[in-house]
Design a protein around this ligand. Sequence first.
Ligand code: PRP
Length: 215
Amino acid sequence: MSERLKIAITKGRLLDKSVELFEAAGLDCAPIRDPGRRLVHSLPNYPLDAVLAKAPDVITYVEHGVCDMGIVGKDTILEKGGSFYEVLDLGFGRCRFALAVRQGSDFYGTYKTRRIASKYPEVTRTFFEKKGMDVDIIKIEGSVELAPILNLTDAIVDIVETGATLKANGLVPIEDVAQVSARLIVNTASMKLYKAEIEDFIARCEAELERREHD
Ligand code: PRP
């Protein structure tokens, strides 16, 4: 009898794509397709319970070992960090972090300390630290594009998917900061304790990802 494992999945866009992947890999996801307000769901034909959580909490539950595995964006991994194995790039949720400024503004053409707005202060700090550039970072909770429009900052570091939000707000990307996609993460102790079960799950996902690559 194989151990029943728990996987924390980021609610929202990544959940829909995760369900598509799991179903293609042979897992019946009917309970997660119609979750209602319920947050934990047992899959009927595979020994896995799905826990629906916010992105940073996926990492918290996996790090503490109350969930064995997790699906979370690389953006959250880069921002929050933590101790776990990142075992698979799931290929969906693709976007990038970019540095963006107001159209026509010369970001590098001044010696004064630049101010940057971001929902991701850690990602922003690491990016400018690598450049050896001293910047003031202001944490914004959402719709970061407002900060340069309102002249609070010189630039933003934010997620860009289609580029439509930047364009609609008169901003242009001037540099890529990091590539982002959904990742499968695994608790370090679970990886040893439930090696066979986790390897089976990874192999099923990998087989489906390979099939997609050849489509
Ligand atoms: C993200 C991001 C941008 C937008 C980019 O926001 O912060 O605002 O999506 O997508 P695009 O390049 O396709 O236009 P999200 O929808 O997550 O909301 P938020 O601004 O509240 O973070």
